[in-house]
Ligand binder design. Structure first.
Ligand SMILES: *Cc1c(COP(=O)(O)O)cnc(C)c1O
Length: 378
């Protein structure tokens, strides 16, 4: 089955009781049993819920995986992966990763004795150098947020296999429509469903997908034991959003291409980060592992003045100044003071998140209007 058909049909079927074509919102906490332990596969909604199960089957199919689990947020999904580790274990992670992931690693899990190393993963040698007997997990985010760096998933999978490490890829920016990490050798794919999968800025949710049965057992055990599940209503909304994922992504990609070219030719713009440019440092890897370049881009201003960047993000009219990304509407953000404010300035600037950096989540409006808006603001 091809992607669009899977997006609409995988994991869902007409309700056997009523014929309802849309997966019902099973707003129930418990299920009646005929006798002790004799139930229809559902005993308690923290463990399993039919609406959530449909979504989990759908997501597994989209990533060409066997098992999926949904959580109350993307961070709750990441939390589940780190809980598979124990004190003393070490993690090697991308250095310019999502600010919330960094905060979770540093301020929550370091306390429990898990050690995190943040490296430039474009440099495979650097990753090798960090591996020791305690290393258990490689955490990759690609494209990275907000600099749109591309990390070679196959190269990281090779490093992970050679040292018997688990590889998890945060696939939020690319979505399963553009990139399938499991097929490139990853063990787990993580999504903030909040973004493109949900697609309409109305749900906060996370997901993990794997084909490894042992990992899946741990994943479901933690999902049930820690209880950071998502609701039946949100599962329904995510399922509805996913039905148009392929259509939306095509438009996101096309609009981002047009905006990226406009910005590149603007006299006040210093640099545009978009993996579709021939001169993007990892353009070849992006072409190899992605089917499109996505709807995210960022740019810096000549002179690198904080005030100018702040002025621009307030001057736009169609773009909304907001955190988050991946919805149908275009958003503008200022990473240094918004999404990445929790990363110390020194570390932030070292990885390129400078004061004039502006991030755009390109929506599915008409590109011409988006460009006009940026033009007046610049
Ligand atoms: C938003 C985001 C997350 C966190 O997801 P939430 O749903 O906000 O908890 C993780 N990784 C990336 C790349 C994100 O954009």
């Amino acid at each position: 089955m091809k992607f669009g058909t899977k997006a609409i049909h995988a994991g869902v079927e007409a309700d056997t009781a009523t014929g309802a074509i849309m997966t019902p919102i099973y707003q129930t906490s418990t299920y009646v049993q005929d006798g002790v332990g004799n139930h229809k596969g559902y005993a308690y909604s923290r463990t399993q819920n039919p609406t959530r199960s449909s979504l989990e089957r759908n997501l597994a199919a989209l990533e060409n995986g066997k098992y999926a689990a949904c959580f109350g947020s993307g961070l709750a999904a990441i939390d589940c992966v780190i809980k598979m580790l124990k004190p003393g274990d070490e993690v090697i992670s991308t250095n310019d990763l999502y600010g919330g992931s960094y905060r979770l690693f540093k301020t929550i899990f370091e306390k429990y004795g898990i050690v995190f190393h943040f490296v430039d993963m474009k440099d495979v040698v650097e990753v090798h150098r960090m591996i020791n007997d305690n290393t258990k997990l490689i955490w990759v985010e690609t494209p990275t947020n907000p600099l749109l760096n591309i990390i070679d998933i196959q190269a990281m999978a090779m490093v992970a296999k050679n040292s018997n490490l688990m590889l998890c890829v945060d696939n939020t920016f690319a979505t399963p429509y553009l990139q399938n990490p499991l097929e490139l050798g990853a063990d787990i794919v993580m999504h903030s469903v909040t973004k493109y999968l949900g697609g309409h800025s109305d749900v906060v949710m996370g997901a993990l997908i794997t084909s490894d049965q042992e990992i899946a057992t741990e994943m479901y055990r933690i999902q049930n034991s820690s209880g950071a599940i998502t609701s039946p209503m949100d599962s329904f909304l995510a399922l509805r959003g996913i039905k148009t994922l392929h259509l939306r992504m095509d438009r996101h990609c096309q609009n981002a291409r047009e905006v990226a070219h406009f910005l590149k030719n603007h006299s006040r713009v210093e640099k545009v980060n978009w993996p579709g440019f021939d001169d993007h440092p990892n353009h070849d890897i992006a072409k190899k592992q992605m089917r499109g370049f996505g709807g995210m881009l960022s740019f810096t201003m000549k002179g690198n003045h904080l005030e100018e960047a702040l002025e621009i993000v307030e001057k736009v009219k169609i773009f909304a100044l907001a955190e988050s990304l991946g919805g149908v509407e275009s958003l503008i953000g200022h990473p240094a003071t918004m999404t990445h404010a929790s990363i110390p300035k020194e570390i932030r600037e070292k990885s390129g998140i400078v004061d004039s950096l502006i991030r755009l989540s390109i929506g599915i409006e008409d590109a011409e209007d988006l460009i006009k808006d940026l033009k007046q603001a610049l």
